[in-house]
Design a protein around this ligand. Structure first.
Ligand code: ZN
Length: 146
């Protein structure tokens, strides 16, 4: 049996998903505007993906970044793919603020402040709505191109 955490159904809220990917809202790290893009299939490195999945992945990263900027107005976006503990392709897309608990270090460093950060219900619902509509629009454009 696979004991990979990302192969299990996530406990965190899923904002969008299709047959290849899901977008999860990370709510357990005391950070506002933090999403994870997770490949559904257990694959560990990007070069193992087909061109079309890679294309979809970068397009989703781009859409996620735009939506985080629109909704959360962060000072910076951080995008990371590590997978040392969970070697299953996933991306962390994180809104960063000069006053967040880790800035300017990575969110995995030791916190230097102790403020509380939570997404509002309105932000979550906007995010869900705008991600879905932008991805739908992108899919329609690609169908038109091919
Ligand atoms: Zn996995």
């Amino acid at each position: 049996m696979c004991d990979c955490n990302l192969c299990k159904v996530p406990i965190l809220p899923i904002l969008w998903s299709d047959d290849n990917f899901r977008i999860v809202l990370v709510t357990d790290q005391n950070i506002k505007g933090y999403l994870r893009l997770e490949l559904l299939e257990h694959v560990s490195e990007i070069h193992q993906l087909s061109q079309s999945i890679k294309h979809q992945m970068y397009s989703l990263l781009n859409i996620i970044e735009i939506n985080l900027i629109n909704i959360f107005n962060p000072d910076k976006i951080n995008i990371a793919s590590l997978g040392n503990k969970t070697p299953h392709i996933h991306w962390h897309i994180i809104s960063r603020y000069k006053h967040d608990n880790f800035f300017p270090e990575s969110i995995w460093s030791k916190p230097t402040r102790n403020n509380l950060f939570e997404n509002t219900n309105e932000e979550i619902s906007n995010l869900k709505h705008q991600l879905t509509s932008m991805i739908k629009q992108q899919d329609a454009e690609q169908a038109f191109d091919s």
